[in-house]
Design a protein around this ligand. Structure first.
Ligand code: MN
Ligand code: MN
Length: 465
């Protein structure tokens, strides 16, 4: 029982419960986190950074291991460069289950279409198709960087990251000047910003002779060929994402907050990596997932609706005991405990009317345990069991984790989902648990450094025990 346990419950402000050393750790964690989130602007970049991080800490790919797995062994697998599963083998037998944390590493953004490049009225532009739930007007009049890959028809790959260095050119989607926005002002927001008009400026100089057609577009193609060795058809086999060309910043005079793009959900992925890096000889096998495609429904072979977790754990069992059976895998999965590591919405003083103040998360009050998500009467929710909520609460108390419970918005206001239900299909207990954000899904989301610190501590306590 913690010393502050009383008859009534009150959420705690993390800062009030930290000593000087811990306060410094909060700020140091904030610095490390900003370096991560500024470099991990796409799912591929998050996975590549995770691989670098894991290799530095002695993790090896599961399929490279040529001996039986032992407790304490650290392994991982990458799925199509966009998802990743990692594990530290526990002392207990597989039947005792694993402790699994799953975060997602995709974020809302603008994807280039397969035929993106065109010329209109003397300008070259790139057509986009937005990915995930965005407010389209957020993406106008903003410097954008282009990240991703292009595969040539011979299978060779070009990595693209343009717009992050201060000397790099950026791209941008122009907005209508207010002087001529009379009709736009009268429209509903949904109708005022059609997705088909999210076209990014990418050139304005002509190539070739004055009598040629589409000279601006040709000039852009020349530049792409010169810089990347690609042609227009190569863009068909590309995944190029426009993301805000904004670096993470401290927000506020006290530097308590981090403003950055892509914190949903790479803030949880960061805490997960940080925890996995510290797990040592865990009781149960500790498993971490960095999943792709959460923002569009977890489809595809890199999303949580696919079997990559079960495949990884099947290989793990086979390499541990050498006598894999499906029944053993099913028992392993069903007896596991999971945290769906995803963000929740923090109370915003300017939008209090969409939140219910008793149940909304607050910035700076610790990691948020979200019993259920969903919308319109908990539809689509995993809804963690009461006994499991008690287990998590008790674990956090024992390990000095300051937490709060939160719900996403008022009952009939809307809602959201995570990967929780896709872990629950295996029979394991799952609860959502992560940091709260302001401005979620905007190009500049806000987190609290003390919450990130507590999230790292929470995930470590969960994985280690
Ligand atoms: Mn999320
Ligand atoms: Mn999201």
């Amino acid at each position: 029982m913690d010393k502050d346990n009383r008859l009534t419950y009150a959420r705690k402000i993390v800062w009030d419960y930290l000593n000087e050393r811990e306060k410094k750790e909060v700020m140091d964690t904030g610095e490390e986190y900003k370096r991560f989130i500024g470099r991990a602007k796409t799912e591929r970049e998050a996975v590549a950074l995770a691989v670098e991080f894991l290799q530095q800490r002695g993790f090896v790919t599961l399929d490279s291991l040529r001996r039986p797995l032992q407790p304490g062994d650290k392994v991982y697998a990458v799925i199509k460069d966009k998802s990743l599963v990692m594990a530290v083998v526990g002392k207990q037998r597989p039947e005792a289950g694993a402790n699994i944390i799953g975060a997602h590493v995709d974020s809302p953004r603008l994807d280039l279409k397969v035929h993106p490049l065109y010329e209109e009225t003397g300008l070259a532009l790139l057509k986009t198709h937005y990915y995930g739930g965005i407010k389209k007007y957020h993406w106008l009049a903003l410097p954008l960087a282009l990240h991703g890959v292009v595969y040539r028809s011979d299978g060779s790959r070009v990595n693209v990251c343009l717009g992050e260095n201060i000397d790099d050119p950026v791209f941008t989607i122009t907005d209508l000047l207010p002087h001529l926005a009379k009709e736009q002002f009268e429209k509903k927001v949904q109708e005022a910003f059609p997705g088909e008009k999210l076209n990014a400026l990418c050139g304005a100089l002509p190539a070739g002779n004055r009598d040629e057609q589409e000279r601006i577009k040709k000039n852009v193609l020349n530049l792409l060929h010169h810089k990347y060795g690609i042609n227009e058809e190569d863009l068909v086999s590309a995944e190029l994402e426009l993301v805000p060309a904004i670096q993470p910043r401290d927000v506020g005079l006290d530097r308590a907050l981090v403003g950055a793009y892509g914190q949903d959900d790479r803030v949880c992925a960061y805490a997960l990596l940080s925890a996995m890096g510290q797990v040592k000889q865990p009781e149960h096998t500790a498993v971490g997932i960095m999943a792709d495609k959460e923002e569009i429904g977890s489809y595809g072979n890199t999303g949580m609706q696919s079997e990559f977790l079960a495949n990884f754990l099947a290989e793990l069992l086979e390499k541990s005991a050498g006598n894999y059976s499906e029944l053993q895998l099913r028992r392993f999965l069903a007896s596991s405990r999971a945290i769906s590591a995803d963000v929740n919405a923090a109370m915003d003083p300017d939008f209090e009317d969409v939140m219910e103040k008793n149940n909304a998360a607050r910035l700076g009050c610790g990691v948020v345990i979200t019993k259920y998500t969903g919308s319109g009467g908990k539809k689509g929710a995993n809804d963690a069991h009461a006994a499991y909520m008690a287990h998590i609460r008790s674990l956090f108390h024992r390990h000095g984790v300051i937490w709060q419970a939160g719900e996403l918005g008022k009952v009939d206001q809307g809602g959201g989902g995570t990967i929780a239900h896709l872990l629950a299909v295996f029979g394991m207990d799952v609860v959502d648990c992560g940091a709260a954000l302001l401005g979620m899904h905007s190009p500049f989301e806000i987190s609290h450094k003390a919450d990130i610190y507590m999230m790292c501590r929470a995930y470590l306590a969960f994985l280690q025990n």
